[in-house]
Design a protein around this ligand. Structure first.
Ligand code: MG
Length: 166
């Protein structure tokens, strides 16, 4: 077996993000619009889950973080749909020779309740990544004792597998 035929080991990635709630703006989590009196403030659309996912994907191939590709100082990304960030990270991992195996996530926020929207978020993130919804874990907790009731936090872990070209 030549060196090029030796399968490369899967890669793990991890990402974290937080955004503050601000009244009167749309709330988008995992690309899904969720009815709420406040949304997440940020340079882009403030989608905390997609930002953590982007960092997890990039981290898995040690390719920097979301700010490496989309500097917050660049006015181009003001109000941007965060799916753009995930798509760039997917391009990077594909160029590195990997595909997404599975994703797991935890959202931490006081309100709104994520439960009723978890399936829609799972479906949307799975479509974005080109995987089956069974490969996308969406979990949510309230920030007991953390004092972060005015913020949404997301943790994301991903596993990448080597692309097996025919
Ligand atoms: Mg962010």
């Amino acid at each position: 077996m030549s060196n090029s035929q030796v399968p490369r080991t899967p890669r793990i990635g991890y990402g974290w993000d937080s955004h503050e709630f601000q009244p009167g703006i749309p709330l988008k989590i995992g690309g899904v619009l969720i009815p709420h009196h406040a949304g997440l403030a940020g340079h882009s659309d403030g989608d905390v889950l997609l930002h953590a996912l982007t960092d997890a994907l990039l981290g898995a191939i040690a390719a920097g973080d979301i700010g490496t590709y989309f500097p917050p100082t660049d006015p181009k990304w003001k109000g941007a749909d965060s799916t753009v960030f995930v798509r760039e990270a997917l391009k990077q991992i594909e160029e590195a020779g990997y595909v997404v195996g599975n994703v797991d996530s935890t959202l931490i926020l006081a309100a709104p309740k994520i439960g009723p929207h978890a399936k829609a978020i799972q479906q949307h993130v799975a479509e974005l990544l080109g995987v089956d919804p069974s490969c996308v874990g969406i979990k949510a907790k309230t920030p007991e004792g953390m004092g972060t009731d005015n913020a949404a936090i997301a943790h994301v872990a991903v596993l990448l597998n080597e692309i097996c070209w025919p």
